[in-house]
Design a protein around this ligand. Structure first.
Ligand SMILES: [Zn+2]
Length: 166
């Protein structure tokens, strides 16, 4: 091998602050990174794949869902992960973008909410004892997806804003 880049990386083993499943869409990358920093998540096992939570909620095939569950399993086993953040985002191409919802951001958010809750339920079923947090990323921030009980009280507001993440 021929060294082409020098950089000193921390070599010590680590316990992951969280595993994070999110889409590879470059547009949301900075928001996700800043949000993780604000959450004091410094050591994250990033599972970055097209669609993010969709790979669990509405997988294209059996392989996709199993593969992602195995990635979470490995994070738990190798890095003692106790917390999993599962994310999807507005205008995600794997859902046909915002255009699939005819530009209706509220309809899109409602659909993603159900997807995120399904993904979270799958993770909770597979990994009891792990804290699972579903989040929806759009172009002005990140929203926490509330539980079904809470959402029933405020059906016009499918998500709750976590706060300024800038
Ligand atoms: Zn996407």
């Amino acid at each position: 091998m021929r060294k082409v880049f020098h950089f000193d990386s921390p070599a010590a083993p680590y316990v992951a602050d969280a595993a994070v499943l999110c889409c590879f869409d470059h547009r949301i990358g900075t928001a996700v990174r800043k949000f993780l920093k604000k959450q004091n998540i410094e050591r994250a096992d990033m599972i970055v794949v097209a669609g993010g939570a969709k790979t669990l909620a509405s997988p294209r095939n059996d392989f996709e869902q199993d593969f992602i569950l195995e990635q979470v399993r490995m994070s738990i086993r190798l890095h003692q992960t106790r917390r999993v953040l599962v994310m999807s985002h507005s205008d995600c191409a794997t859902y046909g973008g915002l255009a699939h919802f005819k530009g209706d951001a509220a309809a899109e958010a409602a659909h993603h909410r159900s997807e995120l809750l399904r993904a979270a339920a799958l993770l909770t079923t597979n990994f009891p004892g792990i804290s699972v947090e579903p989040y929806f990323v759009n172009f002005d921030g990140i929203s926490e997806v509330l539980s079904a009980e809470h959402a029933e009280a405020t059906p016009q507001n499918p998500t709750a804003t976590v706060g300024d993440i800038a």
